[in-house]
Design a protein around this ligand. Sequence first.
Ligand code: GLA
Length: 365
Amino acid sequence: MFKKIKKQALIVATVSGLLTSLQADAQSSSQGKGLKDYYQSYFPIGVAVSPASLKDTALRALILQQFNSLTPENAMKMGPIHPQENRYYWDNADAIVAFAGANGLKVRGHNLCWHEQTPAWMFIGEDGKRVSKEILLKRLKDHIQTVVGRYKGKIYAWDVVNEAVDDDSTKFLRNSTWYKICGEDYIYEAFKYAHEADPNAVLFYNDYNTERPEKRERIYRLLKKLVDAKIPIGGVGLQAHWSLYEPSQKELIATIEKFASLGLKVQITELDMSVYPWEKQSRALHAGESAEFTPLLDQKQADQYRMVFEVFRKYKDVITGVTFWNISDKHTWLDEYPVRGRKNYPLLFDQQNHPKKAYWEVTRF
Ligand code: GLA
């Protein structure tokens, strides 16, 4: 196999992109080494998955070769797993946990309390009106203790509260329905409930744009309150939905150091590197807007990935996990968001699941 690929590669030596990709495949398959092996003495390397991806032969092989930790992309979110007050839907979450167990992979649970993908019933009482704080906290407790309890000992880390800090830099906490009914107490209580259900699980607060100085400060303010109140929080998740344009090395380092100064661990929980500048609002494709992954973008992305992984390795005492959000460019949530139908190429593997230039940059050290 290796010889054949090498010969082929020589024939097309003038086509440098193709050559690189053929050599890359040959190297990766001949050595059988994956990201998890390069980073064995650093931190686990994870990936967000759906149950369907675990049934796809090619994706399953890629996952097992490259990664040693899984995050359910959607299966454990409150809406999918707890669609009605007295009904849980376990099949998808169970399938992911069983696959991880059978193959010796870790599992990060994601997530227990968020303002999105929360079922409508959670906030509504029998009278059709908004529930009281007391009832909502009771429901939150039941939810967290049932889900965390079911996977006790099988899930080593949980994103307990997701994205509680507002996008508006002049505000502090997001004015979500959780906040409207409970004030900030829901955040404190969520961590306590999760800790009661599994005292060994490491509990995280998880958010995005954590490297932007103004948001970093507001997240720090929340984390400090939790730490000062002796809430059982073990770490902070940097979602890391990044791009060719941000973060800078300086911003990334400042964030890691600032959060670590509270005694918290840091995990990179949803890493991808969009080739477009960040846009918050969902929108449709403009006429004439197209999306091609040019050699220039390939190179810029490799440079940005190299930079962030250099930082991760340097801070390996603080960083306890790095997880990618989706497996390869064949499927990424960024194909639909924020611009519906605009192809994006944010991961280390291309649409044929082959390693990209960025892959070799993060494994060559
Ligand atoms: C947030 C959530 C993730 C996922 C992404 C978009 O970052 O934490 O679970 O929904 O948005 O895919």
